[in-house]
Design a binder for this molecule. Structure first.
Ligand code: UDP
Length: 238
């Protein structure tokens, strides 16, 4: 029985670290495959899926620049890391029969399609999963901002931000037993309380375009499907 949903098109944002599994660096193929299977279940529900995957499991611009590397160069390396993650996810999705395109914000035509908005929309209409790689294509941004930007451009109804915990808490639930989860919270509260949902530019871009952010646990098996079917616990930033 396929679960039902009211969502037509969504953006799934996951960090690069989500693809690491329990390892300390890089890609953990069984974890990539598990997430791909979760995407397939939602795809089978008829939802059009955009994805942005971070690059933190391979390289972060800030880390590089802290080690003396020029910031913009380090950021470009971070963006390239997201392309590797996107290709790994594409491979895992296509192995289980989900058609998928990797669309890069930095041209590398032999590896991925260039970003052309109307073309990406067409892929979605044809039920191909679109993985937007290379962030926004600009240094000094993050993949959270890229996810928000593309979600707006693709007219997604929400960003689903998969994390290690099932929502936004008033303090780190992995460190504090008495941390309290918000069911709903406003963009402005997230910004004022400096809650670690997404970086401030991403939150502001979502707020200015009324794009809801749903924070849920990607570690919970079936979490992605559950959220779309209106089940499970999560925080809605609106
Ligand atoms: N990055 C960038 N511009 C973008 C998106 C990403 O310069 O539009 C770089 C930045 O250096 C960042 C790295 O790519 O540290 C990896 O992305 P991010 O840190 O967002 O990955 P995540 O934390 O989600 O794994």
């Amino acid at each position: 029985d396929t679960p039902k949903t009211t969502f037509r098109r969504v953006m799934l944002k996951i960090s690069g670290e989500a693809l690491m599994g329990d390892t300390a660096y890089g890609l953990h193929p069984p974890t990539v495959e598990r997430i791909a299977r979760e995407v397939k279940v939602v795809h089978d529900m008829g939802v059009e899926i955009c994805m942005v995957i971070g690059g933190g499991n391979i390289f972060r611009g800030l880390q590089g620049s802290a080690q003396g590397m020029e910031r913009t160069t380090a950021d470009y390396m971070g963006m390239l890391a997201t392309v590797m993650n996107a290709l790994a996810m594409q491979s895992a999705l296509e192995t289980i029969g989900v058609y998928c395109r990797v669309i890069s914000a930095i041209r590398m035509d032999e590896v991925a399609e260039p970003y052309i908005r109307r073309r990406a929309v067409r892929h979605l209409e044809k039920k191909r999963v679109c993985i937007f790689a290379a962030g926004t294509g600009n240094p000094y941004f993050t993949t959270d901002t890229a996810a928000t930007l593309r979600a707006n451009e693709m007219a997604c109804e929400a960003i689903l931000k998969g994390t290690k915990v099932d929502g936004v808490y008033d303090k780190d639930p992995e460190k504090h037993d008495d941390a309290v989860r918000y069911d709903r919270i406003t963009y402005d509260d997230v910004l004022q309380k400096h809650l670690k949902v997404m970086d401030a530019s991403a939150i502001a871009l979502a707020r200015d375009n009324n794009l809801p952010i749903i924070v849920f646990s990607l570690d919970e098996p079936g979490g992605f499907k559950g959220i779309l079917a209106g089940e499970g616990t999560y925080t809605k930033v609106h």
